[in-house]
Ligand binder design. Structure first.
Ligand code: THU
Length: 130
């Protein structure tokens, strides 16, 4: 597993703004330029406006010129490891090949890994529009 990436996601989780759900999430993506971009969930009193950690990490990558995701890490707490929500699976798919690993982690040391393909099989993506 990519411990550096996981540690970035856990640090991002600690910065989350999640006063309404009480459910902080952190995410980190490793880009094709070798750099790591992290993000956290940012909730809002108008609940539907809250944004996911993965969305923030991807936006940071794009802003800095990263183009492709080579690995993802998502960190959260609770009974089960946090997998990306459906919308974020699609957002990850936009920039990641099917075999890209998605590492899940909590601060207690629990870990699991899936591929983008496993999380979003038969995905619609940029190739469909080519
Ligand atoms: N959340 C994420 O940030 N990423 C996910 O993939 C799952 C859910 C956030 C959204 C909301 O702020 C909180 O977790 C509870 O759903």
């Amino acid at each position: 597993m990519d411990n550096e990436l996981i540690e970035s996601a856990i640090r991002a989780m600690q910065r989350a703004y999640a006063p309404y759900s009480g459910f902080p999430v952190g995410a980190a993506v490793r880009a094709d330029n070798g750099r790591i971009y992290a993000g956290c969930n940012v909730e809002n009193a108008a609940y539907p406006l809250g944004t996911c950690a993965e969305t923030a990490a991807i936006a940071a990558m794009i802003l800095d010129g990263g183009q492709r995701i080579t690995a993802v890490a998502v960190a959260g707490e609770g009974a089960a490891l946090v997998t990306p929500c459906g919308g974020c699976r699609q957002r990850i798919r936009e920039f990641a090949a099917p075999d890209v690993p998605v590492h899940l982690a909590d601060s207690q040391g629990h870990r699991a890994s899936f591929t983008v393909q496993a999380l979003l099989p038969e995905a619609f993506g940029p190739d469909n529009l080519a």
